[in-house]
Each structure stands twice: as C-alpha cells, then as structure tokens.
Design a protein around this ligand. Structure first.
Ligand code: NAI
Length: 333
C-alpha cells in the first residue's frame, strides 16, 4: 500500500485530480490518498496557502500529487508552489517532453528530459531599490546547488538509459555565476564517462530547439533558463495540457504535478483536459516502482489520443473531462 499526499488544488484542480483517482482505482494501484487542502481558499481560512499539516503530510509520505494552485497577482499572497518547493527543498524539477501519438505538432522526433534547478538563481527573491529609478535583482548561484542538480541530471541520464547531457548557460556574459555552474557540471560529468557531455549557450539552445529538437537528450540548467525552456519544449509536443512534471528533493521526497495552471476560465465546467495530471501520476508511479501500472495507464492515454474520438476542447475535440477519463478507463480493460 502506498500512502500518497493528494492536493487537489484550485480551479480545474479538483476535476483533473478526480480523474487520476478514478484511473488509479481502475488500474488497481494500491494507494491510500491523504487529501490535503492548499491554495486560495485555504489562504482565507489559515492565512497561508500552505498550512503546516500539508508540509508534514508530504514529509511523512515522501510522495505527493498536486493539482494547480491559483496565485492572485499583486495581492502579496506568496505563491503556494514556490512555498512548497522551498519548504520541502524540492531542488530538481524534471520535465520529460516527448511526442505523444495522435497529437500533431511540427516535429515528430522530440524526446527530451529537462532538469531545472529549482532553488536559487534570480528566483532568490532578493531585490531592492538602489536609488529611485534603479532596481537591483540578485542572481544567486552556489556550488552546493549546482553540484546537487548536476549529479541529479547525470543520475537520471544513467537510470533512464539516456546518452547525452547538455548544460545550458550564458557563461560568455555571466562569467562568474554561469561559469561556476559550468565548472560544477564538468566535475559531475567526469563521474559518468559513458554519458556524452556538451555545453550550449542559452540563446543558441532556443534556436536549435525549434529547428533540430531531435539533437537534444537530457538538458540541465539554472532556474530561469529552465523556467522558459521547459515551457518552450512543452510547446514542441502539444502544449501545457499534455505535459507532466516532477519535483524531487532531499531525502527522496518527490511531488508530481501538471505544468498548467488552475484555468479559472473553464473551472467547474467539466471541460478540463486531465492528461497532464494523469501523465504526472504516471511519472509518480515510475518513481514508486509501479512500472507495470505506469506503462498500462500511459498506453491507455496514448490509445485514446491516437484514436481521437474523445478529445477535450484544447486538443480540438468536444469531449468533457468525464468522457475522456472514461475513454481512458475503457482502454485499460
Ligand atoms: P493556465 O494554465 O491556468 O491557463 C492558460 C490557458 O490554458 C487557459 O485558457 C486555460 O483554460 C487553458 N488550460 C490550462 N490548463 C488546461 C487544461 N488542463 N485543460 C484545458 N485547458 C487548459 O494559466 P494562467 O491563466 O496563466 O493561470 C491561472 C492561475 O493558475 C494563476 O493563478 C496562476 O498563478 C496559476 N498557475 C498555477 C500553476 C501551478 O499550480 N503549478 C502553474 C501555472 C499557473
């Protein structure tokens, strides 16, 4: 029995989470979900979007599945996502980006794993006004965090039988900060001689991603480049509605989530596409070594997409969340 924290989240979160729970039940995966509330409504009650019991639950269970959480703009409400990542030290964001059968895109040979450092860089939140009209925003890069993400990237490459790691940087301009990042990546690479290692400047990386994405395998980068490039790569395979992700941290803790937001425009209307959340759960099943069930659910998702009969609106169809979920369940029988 796996005890797993489930945070349904805001907006379409409960709808797509419900789809996952139903699919897991039909797949006979032995999960005891510990449901936790976090997000905008919780903020009203507890004064924080992520109460301590949520953190305690994830720390105890070491595995969590999370729906999207609304972050109101300009209200001073700290992002629940950033809070969760920080308090649980989830330092590595992993986003596998691969073509999905049935989803037509400009490329049909994309198979990339993006590793984004999640804890520092320009996201340290250290900004101040130097003099009126001049703002300084601090980019913090540390050897500890770089070595940690570098090692994680090469470990994933080895475990997932990948051949190459590309370190993405801008060390020609940020010679010290990105220079330190590269120095650490090179150190890590030495311990994995069977894996090819290369370095590529971030602007050139973007150009190559949209012309020759097949040349990339595993990519590792700092927080800001990772934020941007991981969304760019989602676009290569069909967008945020079909892209899963995992956040991994110290002590083996991991939290899985779709990369899209709470979609307030379609919330509660049974229109949300649950695929990204389902594929995030598939990633979670692989993490807890339920490989067979993960393969079975992924195959069913691919079969439904390939058939094209039950697609949600964002994928060009007219199916509801319930209909696409039931279609996936039918394919598993
Ligand atoms: P969004 O991803 O929620 O929505 C952008 C567009 O994509 C909307 O038109 C929406 O209807 C559509 N969309 C998103 N997911 C969909 C799905 N599964 N099925 C069908 N259509 C889908 O991004 P937006 O509007 O910028 O953000 C809304 C809220 O979500 C904000 O409060 C933001 O802070 C939060 N957010 C939370 C994230 C998380 O919890 N990981 C990630 C991104 C945004």
């Amino acid at each position: 029995m796996h005890k797993i924290t489930l945070i349904p989240g805001d907006g379409i979160g409960p709808e797509v989470s419900n789809a996952v729970v139903q699919i897991m039940e039909h797949a006979n995966v032995d999960i005891d979900w510990e449901r936790m509330e976090a997000g905008a409504e919780v903020m009203q009650k507890h004064g924080t979007p992520v109460p301590d019991q949520v953190i305690n639950s994830i720390s105890r269970n070491r595995v969590a599945l999370k729906g999207p959480i609304t972050t109101p703009i300009g209200s001073g409400f700290a992002s629940a996502n950033v809070t969760l990542r920080k308090r649980l030290s989830l330092y590595a964001n992993v986003r596998p980006v691969k073509n999905i059968p049935g989803i037509k895109t400009r490329f049909d040979n994309v198979d990339i794993v993006i590793l984004r450092e999640n804890s520092e860089d320009l996201y340290s939140g250290l900004e101040h006004v130097v003099i009126p009209g001049v703002v300084e925003s601090l980019k913090i890069i540390t050897e500890v965090a770089c070595m940690r993400i570098g090692k994680f990237a090469f470990e994933i490459a080895r475990e997932w039988h990948r051949n190459k790691v590309t370190a993405v940087h801008k060390a020609n301009i940020m010679k010290m900060a990105d220079g330190l990042f590269l120095e650490c990546m090179r150190k890590c690479a030495r311990d994995y001689p069977e894996i090819e290692y290369e370095e590529l400047i971030v602007d050139n990386t973007c150009m190559q991603l949209v012309t020759r994405p097949e040349r990339f395998d595993v990519m590792v980068m700092e927080n800001l480049y990772g934020d941007i490039i991981s969304d760019l790569c989602s676009g290569l395979v069909g967008g945020l509605g079909v892209t899963p992700s995992g956040n991994y941290g110290a002590g083996g803790t991991a939290m899985f989530e779709a990369v899209h937001g709470s979609a307030p425009d379609i919330a509660g209307k049974n229109l949300a596409n649950p695929i990204a959340m389902i594929l995030s759960a598939v990633l979670m099943l692989r993490h807890i070594h339920e490989t067979e069930k993960a393969d079975m659910i992924e195959k069913a998702v691919h079969a439904v997409l390939e058939e094209g009969k039950f697609l949600t609106r964002d994928l060009g169809g007219v199916a509801t969340t319930t209909e696409i979920t039931n279609a996936i369940i039918d394919k598993m029988d």
